[in-house]
Structures are given as structure tokens and as C-alpha cells.
Design a protein around this ligand. Structure first.
Ligand code: T3D
Length: 258
């Protein structure tokens, strides 16, 4: 499919979705949200892991503010419901692991789309910015859900109210992201991480995602029941049999995702 605001390419099981409006730090508009959603939903047809990254020096500067200038009253509730929510659901519900490879500034909805991915890897020079209150808004794109869960209420409040830049190193120290890597190693590093997942037990990964995401809303009984059901499914998979056989034969497993 030909896209206007993003590009998508898949190779060796790794799908790479690149936000591609570098002149405006890959700021989001309606077209980009729709194209991202379509690419995220289609990715499992061509890939076993999806990487989301940005073209140029930024990851994503959030909403394109040139679309929001002027005196006209805007219906942001509808935009959030009709455009952001389906995109965030597509990322969260994707059956394949998603990696946000944050190459530079991730601001506003751009930060929270990155944080919606399963794994966030950031270049050391990247920053995360809950820019919303700087322009009189509250964190959206799932931020009010994600932030307290990732970094605790005290830090979520500070990040949202002060709208300070959070460095990639700080984000890693706070447990907000998986890892921060030196700029020089960044690309090779996320590619290696993506390759690892692309060659892994895809069925188990899908169930890891389902179980961990559900645990945020479940009590212990519900979570133990879900875990038992999903592990039962894994136990019947070819990948489980292959993983055990490979361990006993002291060789690398060849996972097929079945
Ligand atoms: O409206 C709704 O639908 C509700 C949903 C809202 C979701 C949101 O995301 S609200 C938050 C919107 N985002 C922001 O407020 C962030 C604005 N940008 C920045 O704070 C900074 O640009 C960055 C921290 C991201 C990067 O700073 P820096 O110094 O590295 O770059 P820069 O010089 O500020 O930006 C480079 C260019 O990108 C510049 O254009 P120019 O001067 O070279 O022609 C700048 O205007 C443009 N740009 C950056 N962010 C946006 C943008 N253009 C439009 N919209 C942007 N968000």
C-alpha cells in the first residue's frame, strides 16, 4: 500500500513503520493516524515483529499544531475517540510484539504512542516530553493510563504538570522504557532486538502480551485463571516441543510460531 505520511517495509520477519514528516518532527495529522493504524493492523501479514520509528532527527512531535491554529472551536473529543483510540488499540492489541525505536524527541501524543508499544528502545539523545500542559491540554493518546503505570503516580504527576523534558537515560532509570542506548549503536541495537523477536516463539509472545496487559485490570484469581489458560495453549504448541527438544539437544531452537 502507498502511504503519504509514513513508510512501511518488511524484511526477515521485521516490519518497520517509519513516521515520515521530518520537516515537522513527524508531527501527527489525521492522515498519519489513519495510515499508522492501517500499517499496524496489516503488519502481522508480513512480519513477526513491528518496529515504529521516525525519519530525520525526531521520533514524533505529537499533534501537528499548524492544524490547530485559529479561533475555530475544535472537537478534540471526537478526534481522540475516532482517530487516536483505534490507533492505540491497534498497537496494544497487535498479536506481534511492537518496538518503539525512539530516535529523537517524542513529544505529546508522540511520546504516548511510543509508550504504548510493548518495548521502548531510545537513543541516548532522545527526550520524552509530556508537552500537553504547555498548550493547555492534558496528556492524551493513553498517557493518563500509561504514565502512572510505567513510572508511578508521583513521577506521572510531575511529568504531566511541569512538562519537563525527560531524557532517555532518566526514562530508563525510572522504568518508563526498556532501554536507552548510545546514539552510535542505536540502529544496530534495535535491529538486533527486533531480529531476536522475529525469530522467537510468536505464539508465546502474543500470549505474553495478552497476559501482561490484562494483569493491569485483573485481580489475582482472574489473572491466575488467564495464565493457566494461556499456558495450556502454549503447552500444546510446536514451539514448546521444539524449545524443550533444542534445550536437551544443546542446540538453538527453530521456532515457527505454531
Ligand atoms: O489536537 C488534538 O487532536 C488533541 C491531541 C493532542 C495531542 C498532542 O500531541 S498535543 C502536543 C503537541 N505537541 C507539542 O506541543 C510539541 C511541540 N514541539 C516541541 O515542543 C518541540 O518542537 C520538540 C521538543 C518536539 C522538538 O524541539 P526542537 O528544538 O528539537 O525542534 P523545533 O525547532 O522546535 O522543531 C523543528 C521543526 O518542527 C520546527 O519547524 P521549523 O521552524 O523548522 O519550520 C517546528 O515548528 C516543527 N514542529 C515541532 N513540533 C511541531 C512542529 N510543527 C507542528 N506541530 C508540532 N507539534
Amino acid at each position: 500500500m502507498a502511504y503519504k505520511t509514513i513508510s512501511y517495509a518488511a524484511e526477515n520477519g521485521i516490519g518497520v513503520l517509519t513516521l515520515n514528516r521530518p520537516d515537522v518532527m513527524n508531527a501527527l495529522n489525521s492522515t498519519m493516524r489513519a495510515e499508522m493504524r492501517a500499517a499496524v493492523e496489516a503488519a502481522p501479514e508480513t512480519a513477526r515483529v513491528l518496529v515504529i520509528t521516525g525519519a530525520g532527527r525526531g521520533f514524533c512531535a505529537g499533534q501537528d499544531l499548524t492544524d490547530r491554529a485559529g479561533d475555530e472551536e475544535l472537537d478534540l473529543e471526537t478526534t481522540l475517540r475516532d482517530e487516536y483510540e483505534p490507533l492505540l488499540r491497534a498497537i496494544a492489541d497487535s498479536p506481534i510484539p511492537t518496538i518503539a525505536a525512539v530516535n529523537g524527541a517524542a513529544a505529546g501524543a508522540g511520546a504516548n504512542i511510543a509508550l504504548a508499544a510493548d518495548v521502548v528502545i531510545a537513543a541516548q539523545s532522545a527526550v520524552f516530553l509530556q508537552a500537553f500542559t504547555r498548550i493547555g491540554l492534558i496528556p492524551d493518546a493513553g498517557g493518563t493510563y500509561t504514565l502512572p503505570r510505567l513510572m508511578g503516580m508521583a513521577r506521572a504527576m510531575g511529568a504531566a504538570l511541569f512538562a519537563d523534558k525527560i531524557t532517555a537515560r532518566q526514562a530508563e532509570d525510572w522504568g518508563m522504557i526498556w532501554e536507552c542506548t548510545a546514539d552510535d549503536d542505536f540502529e544496530a541495537h534495535w535491529q538486533a532486538r527486533a531480529a531476536h523477536l522475529a525469530n522467537g516463539p510468536t505464539g508465546a509472545y502474543a500470549r505474553v502480551k495478552e497476559a501482561l496487559r490484562a494483569s493491569l485490570g485483573n485481580d489475582l484469581d482472574a489473572q491466575l485463571a488467564l495464565e493457566a489458560r494461556l499456558q495450556g495453549e502454549c503447552g500444546r504448541s510446536d514451539d514448546f516441543r521444539e524449545g524443550v527438544a533444542a534445550f536437551l539437544e544443546k542446540r538453538k531452537p527453530r521456532f515457527t510460531g505454531r
